[in-house]
Design a protein around this ligand. Structure first.
Ligand code: NAI
Ligand code: MG
Length: 494
């Protein structure tokens, strides 16, 4: 029996105007487990209209920022209460480990608490203006209806990252989750209702990127798009947004270097390298997919990596002792296998994995073996292009400046890892690496307090942290004359 989901518009669940649904797969069983509404332009229009009403005439528009923050706080409490159920739903749809998703969902409320608390601390300023007889100040206002377009790897986390600052700013949202993982976002809407958000503040339309996502981006009443996904789609969205002069933030991919110096704590570095590429089956934008290892320790380090990789258990993502779950989508599965072929044909040496995974419990799922390539040169496609899977390229280097040069020699700039016990080197590297995030002697750690996002082709803007709210605010400059003198010459500017 498959479950049938409904979309969420103006505070109520409903069917798509098209009257159509599409299948969503459980990537572990390979079976369809739910039906998701296939929306079209009419649904987008209804959702955006509801969001706009909420922001202009609804109670959301007139309530104080403190009241907004309290509702957000209640949502955080509800997510905490329902974390296990939501985590299981995520795992069913995207195949990531329950152990990781449960942890993520238990942490998720922090975004609601943090931005709920920030909502009433958005202060303008009085400007000590240079002109006499004027009182001048700035205020910050919500940018408008926000379209949040999300990817399949962490659907509910992306909602927190995007919608918590947007709602704290006073915006309303229309979410378009990935067509591969829409269920958790739809289920989440029940909690927004319980928390007490007015109708229209939250809306979700589901369906395919070119059909629904593109309609949403182009809609005249959407003011801002916040997107997580591929750089290819990010570029399309940026172009479409330019036509309407809309604001965007884009969190795109990466080809992040994880750089190990000979003076590092090697056990810690191995754990960091493994977490960088095999956690989440490598399906994370911050994957440390290029492991740069100082040549003097390269062979020994590779041996240690192999020992951990050999012990990695693939299987049912719901089981607590599984290390590596399936790949989330069929196209992604094909893409990873094709990159493995490309790497082999380019002359990289596959020393571990390199195939579709076989074995008991893996028959029906989209499993790829954890894969390690050595003899990789940084100019190979396997070192330059985002694979988004458990495929590691090991690249040797001699000197610190070589590590910097190789580390930066990609179009992306999302994250970088540095492993060394030398504090001066750690600081030099942190400065020299062109990346939005640098981790030193750790990897893949995130917080609601720390900005997340990339430079170069990894995107535009930052999520999380105090300044993320600015992505959803406009500044208004107010000029008040305090003069009672007769008007000056009206033909020249003051
Ligand atoms: P995608 O970028 O095509 O999809 C992300 C979202 O954008 C989905 O909700 C999709 O429906 C929507 N979308 C697609 N085309 C659109 C359009 N023309 N206008 C508006 N919205 C549109 O990513 P996909 O196909 O799921 O994965 C492809 C690759 O993207 C992966 O192999 C990986 O390299 C990368 N990726 C990066 C992520 C990240 O965290 N930065 C997350 C997921 C994928
Ligand atoms: Mg699915």
């Amino acid at each position: 029996m498959t479950q049938t989901f409904q979309i969420f518009i103006d505070g109520a669940y409903c069917d798509a105007a098209t009257g159509q649904w599409f299948d969503t797969l459980d990537p572990y069983t390979g079976e369809t487990w739910a039906q998701i509404p296939r929306c079209g332009a009419e649904d987008v229009d209804r959702a955006v209209a509801a969001a706009r009403r909420a922001m202009t005439t609804g109670p959301w528009a007139t309530m104080t920022a403190t009241q907004r923050g309290k509702i957000m706080h209640r949502l955080g409490d509800l997510v905490a209460e329902h974390a296990d159920r939501l985590a299981a739903l995520e795992v069913r749809d995207n195949g990531k480990l329950l152990a990781e998703m449960a942890g993520q969902l238990k942490y998720h409320p922090e975004w609601w608490y943090y931005y709920g608390g920030l909502a009433d601390k958005i202060e303008g300023s009085v400007v000590p203006i240079d002109k006499p007889d004027l009182f001048t100040y700035t205020t910050h206002e919500p940018v408008g209806v926000v379209a949040a377009i999300t990817a399949w790897n962490s659907p509910l986390l992306f909602i927190a990252w995007k919608c918590a600052p947007a709602l704290a700013a006073g915006c309303s949202v229309v979410i378009k989750p990935s067509e591969f993982t829409s269920a958790s976002t739809l289920a989440f809407m029940e909690l927004t209702k319980q928390a007490g958000f007015p109708d229209g503040v939250w809306n979700v339309v589901t369906g395919f990127g070119p059909e629904v996502g593109a309609e949403l981006v182009a809609h005249k009443d959407v003011a801002k798009i916040t997107f997580t996904g591929s750089d290819t789609t990010g570029r399309k969205i940026y172009e479409a947004a330019a036509r309407g002069l809309k604001r965007v933030s884009l969190e795109l991919g990466g080809k992040s270097p994880n750089i190990v110096f000979a003076d590092a704590d090697l056990d810690a570095a191995v754990a960091g390298a493994v977490s960088g590429i095999f956690a989440a089956t490598g399906q994370t934008c911050i994957a440390g997919s290029r492991l740069l290892v100082q040549n003097s320790i390269k062979d020994a380090f590779t041996e240690k990596m192999l020992a951990v990789a050999r012990d990695a258990r693939m299987g049912d993502p719901m089981q607590p002792d599984t290390h590596i779950g399936p790949v989330t989508t069929q196209p992604q599965f094909q893409k990873i296998l094709s990159y493995i072929d490309i790497a082999k044909s380019e002359g990289a040496r596959c020393i571990f994995g390199g195939n579709r995974a076989q074995g008991p419990g893996l028959e029906n799922g989209l499993f790829v073996e954890p894969t390690i390539f050595t003899d990789v040169s940084n100019s190979m496609r396997i070192a330059q292009e985002e694979v988004f899977g458990p495929v590691l390229s090991i690249i040797g280097f001699d000197e610190e400046e070589d590590a910097v040069q190789l580390g930066n020699d990609v179009i992306y700039g999302l994250a970088a890892g540095v492993w060394t016990k030398d504090i001066a080197r750690a600081m030099r590297m942190s400065k020299a690496l062109k990346a939005g995030i640098v981790w030193v002697n750790t990897y893949r750690v995130i917080s609601y307090m720390m900005p997340f996002g990339g430079v170069k082709q990894s995107g535009i803007g930052r999520e999380s942290g105090i300044r993320a709210i600015e992505e959803f605010l406009e500044t208004k400059a107010v000029w008040i004359s305090t003069s009672d003198a007769p008007p000056a010459n009206p033909f020249i500017q003051r």
